[in-house]
Structure formats: C-alpha cells, structure tokens
Ligand binder design. Sequence first.
Ligand SMILES: C[S@@+](CC[C@H](N)C(=O)[O-])C[C@H]1O[C@@H](n2cnc3c(N)ncnc32)[C@H](O)[C@@H]1O
Length: 197
Amino acid sequence: MTESKPFAPHCERNKEPILAVLRPYFEHCRRVLEIGSGTGQHAVFCAPALPNTVWQTSDLEENLPGIRLWLEEAALPNLPPPLALDVTGEWPKQRFDAVFTANSLHIMPWTAVERLFAGIETVLEREATLAVYGPFNYHGAYTSDSNREFDAWLKQRSALSAIRDFEAVDALASGIGLQLVNDHAMPANNRLIVWRR
Ligand SMILES: C[S@@+](CC[C@H](N)C(=O)[O-])C[C@H]1O[C@@H](n2cnc3c(N)ncnc32)[C@H](O)[C@@H]1O
C-alpha cells in the first residue's frame, strides 16, 4: 500500500507569506537548518525559490517518514534527506549559516526551548541568521483574542506548551550572540522574528 503524505493545512496558508519574508535573508545563505520541519511542506515550498541554498530539514525521528515522502516527491537537489534532531538530545556536527523553525517554540517545553538555543549556538557559523515563525506574547500580553484561545488550547493539550514571551526568547538569542534584526508581523497574529550575528 502506498503511504500518503502528511498534510498540514496551515502550512498551505502560511507558506507564501513566510517565503516572502525569508527570501531576502536566506537567498545568500549556503546551508539552512530547519528545526521541527513537521510535514516538510515549508521545505518543499521554500527550497525551489532558494536554489543556491541547501535546505536541511529535521525533526523528531517519528516525523521523518512523512518528511521523506514530501522530499522524495519534490526530488530537488537542495533538499537532502531529513535529519533526526531532538533539540534536547545530540545535535548534528555540521554547521549552518541559517536556522529556521516554525511553530515549534510553543509546542516544546520551555526547558527544550533553552536547549534549542544552546544547540543552535553549536551549529551556527560565525556569521549567521536565525528566523523563528509563530505566535508570540509581548510583555506577557496576548496580541489577540485568537492567540489567547490558542494558548488555552495548547495548555489543555500539554501543560508545558505555551505561547512564549518575545522578551524571553530574545534574551536566549542575545545569550548566543544574536541581535534582533526584525520582528515581522504575519497573517493570523503570527510573527516572523529574525536575528543575526
Ligand atoms: C506544531 S509542529 C510545527 C511543524 C512545522 N514546522 C509547521 O509549521 O507546520 C511542532 C514541531 O516541533 C517538533 N518538535 C517538538 N518537540 C521537539 C524537539 N524536542 N526537538 C525537535 N523538534 C521538536 C514536532 O515534532 C513538530 O514537528
């Protein structure tokens, strides 16, 4: 029986606005590490638009078969097979000049978010870009009623999931030598935040 690709409707909705913001930051990057690639839909959409960039997907082992289905169908030279990467475990030895992650910080526990930044420090080239997409709170406040409802839903699902405070995440980024470049407003009360060093 042929396996069917996993499909996330939100990726179809947000992939174009995400690429529009990412493109100028990533088009001169050689190697992007995507963390928590999920289905792989962002990768197969962004990679053809960034032909000089190797887009390295990664996720927990259990999500790799689905990502492989998307990557095999896309058959693009700049989409190598996905890496198994649990941010709380061992990190790859390769270096990257960009890291991208979407909708992962509010899913993983805060301790894992801290490990994520510690791990990013070990894989980033000296000059590098980090781009994080998802909902954020500012000074502890929701930016919309829909984000407040989403946060309640997240916490019901898992007590350790939560929309993160921009200031706390920015402090982790500063701690690994990254400076905030831009905090882009995105559709549906999301943000795409970019740091560089
Ligand atoms: C809501 S999904 C987002 C997937 C995709 N980036 C998207 O925007 O559709 C959260 C992702 O974070 C990944 N994730 C959760 N905990 C993780 C961890 N400890 N290490 C790496 N990835 C993790 C999940 O496996 C999942 O793919």
